[in-house]
Design a protein around this ligand. Structure first.
Ligand code: FAD
Length: 402
């Protein structure tokens, strides 16, 4: 009899760690493992705001998949998933098709525009390495045009960011570091460049405590970030945002939307039921009604029975879900009972650019400034260690040992 086939879709935090764990847990005779990803590299999504601002090299933020997975155990397919035919146990790719006995859907997020007209067409997005690199190059192009005299309109130097959630705040933090460097390089007065963050909610960084929010906002304002909080974006045009009831125009040469994410649309288009942008999975991480399909990472929600709210959806939970998903697949193959996912919250730290950051760790201990930044680096390196061992930490790690 042929071996059962496990197919993992997407090599983000969730898919990579699932494939890694499966290759460690299952004996070769127990199952075939295959991983499909758009590219031959895995990228560190939580570093993309740095790539977009130009404070981190794109290559530093990506890892060749074949360098960190055991390619004798995991078959790699570099291709794009087009559709999941779940009732036929097949996945349609751009250049072929694969069948499976067990499926892990870990295709990550895409931008949610909340129906704001023009965002899709006109705003840039921090979605992957290439879209982030495009933002970096676009910003630099605006500086080059201005300083060379091709474009003397000062608005073209402005950088407008929609959304003051985690990504938006981390991005403007990096811009606060990058813009002075660019000004120096292109001989442009720093005063001429505005970094403007627009947010409809009454505060920035929902979910963080008030003092942390105040700290972040003040730190960013001190470094030249302008906030327009409680300001609704009515429309995004080629020139910028139209905001508020009086339809004020804020113009900028660079417009970036960081306002929201939802599950990769392939999931909904393949007939999975979507609830608030994601699949509401069972506590063992399987899609309702499907014994052999797991949906993890940014494509799903898992309800926390205790609080009656979904667990946080982020890299931290994606990595932990991968552990539960791999254990549950192993259990299914061995006909053992499945576990329920339990999120072990280890804290959250947001970087604010340069050596500044803030957040909470462990039992809600608050950290600010350099100690928070050091913790952020430790969090980033811990993941590198999990996925690629000490070799990867040495190659890409952020903690400086000397
Ligand atoms: P992803 O990391 O998005 O990976 C999905 C993978 O699937 C990618 O490799 C992609 O190439 C591949 N893929 C997509 N479509 C296809 C297709 N059709 N065919 C084949 N392959 C495909 N979370 C935290 O916990 N802490 C943080 O500090 C933090 N900071 C963040 C900063 C930024 C700028 C952003 C954008 C997010 C941040 N997050 C953070 C959230 C976190 O990055 C996500 O929750 C996490 O990436 C989800 O992991 P994932 O594996 O589900 O998806």
């Amino acid at each position: 009899k042929s071996k059962p086939k496990i197919l993992v879709l997407g090599a983000g935090y969730a898919g990579m760690m699932t494939a890694k764990r499966l290759s460690q847990q299952l004996k070769p005779e127990e199952a075939e493992i295959a991983l499909v990803n758009k590219h031959n590299y895995h990228y560190l999504t939580t570093w993309l705001h740095e790539v977009a601002a130009g404070t981190e090299e794109p290559n530093k933020s990506r890892v060749m998949i074949s360098d960190v997975l055991n390619t004798k155990r995991v078959q790699l397919h570099y291709d794009t998933v087009v559709e999941i035919k779940k009732d036929e146990q097949r996945v349609v790719l751009e250049n072929g098709e694969l069948s499976y006995d067990y499926l892990v859907v870990a295709l990550g997020f895409e931008t949610a525009t909340f129906g704001i007209p023009g965002i899709k067409e006109h705003a840039l997005k921090i979605e992957n390495i290439n879209s982030s690199r495009y933002i970096r190059d676009h910003i630099e192009y605006q500086f080059a045009r201005y300083s060379s005299g091709v474009d003397r309109n000062e608005d073209s130097l402005n950088i407008l960011v929609g959304g003051a959630g985690f990504t938006g705040i981390e991005f403007v933090g990096e811009l606060a570091k990058r813009v002075p460097e660019l000004c120096k390089e292109y001989n442009i007065d720093r005063e001429k460049v505005r970094i403007i963050n627009v947010e409809a909610a009454p505060t920035v960084l929902p979910g963080f405590s008030e003092d942390l929010v105040e700290y972040a906002k003040k730190s960013l304002e001190d470094r030249g970030v302008e906030f327009r909080i409680g300001t609704k974006i009515q429309e995004c045009t080629e020139k910028g945002f139209i905001v508020g009831d009086d339809r004020e125009e804020i113009n900028a040469g660079t417009v970036v939307w960081t306002g929201g994410v939802q599950a990769n649309s392939i999931v909904g288009e393949s007939g999975f039921e979507i609830f608030k942008g994601k699949v509401n999975v069972n506590e063992d991480l399987r899609a309702p009604g499907y014994e052999n399909i797991f949906v993890i990472g940014d494509c799903s929600w898992v309800m926390d029975k205790e609080s009656d709210k979904p667990f946080a959806v982020n890299a931290q939970s994606a990595i932990q879900e991968a552990d539960t998903c791999a254990s549950n697949l192993t259990a299914l193959l061995r006909k053992e009972p499945l576990q329920s996912f339990q999120f072990d919250y280890k804290g959250t730290v947001a970087s604010l650019g340069g050596s500044d950051a803030m957040g909470t760790v462990l039992d809600d201990k608050k950290l600010y400034g350099m100690s928070a930044k050091a913790m952020k680096n430790v969090i980033d390196d811990r993941y590198l260690f999990l996925v690629g061992g000490p070799k990867l930490v040495l190659k890409k790690g952020k903690v400086r040992f000397f």
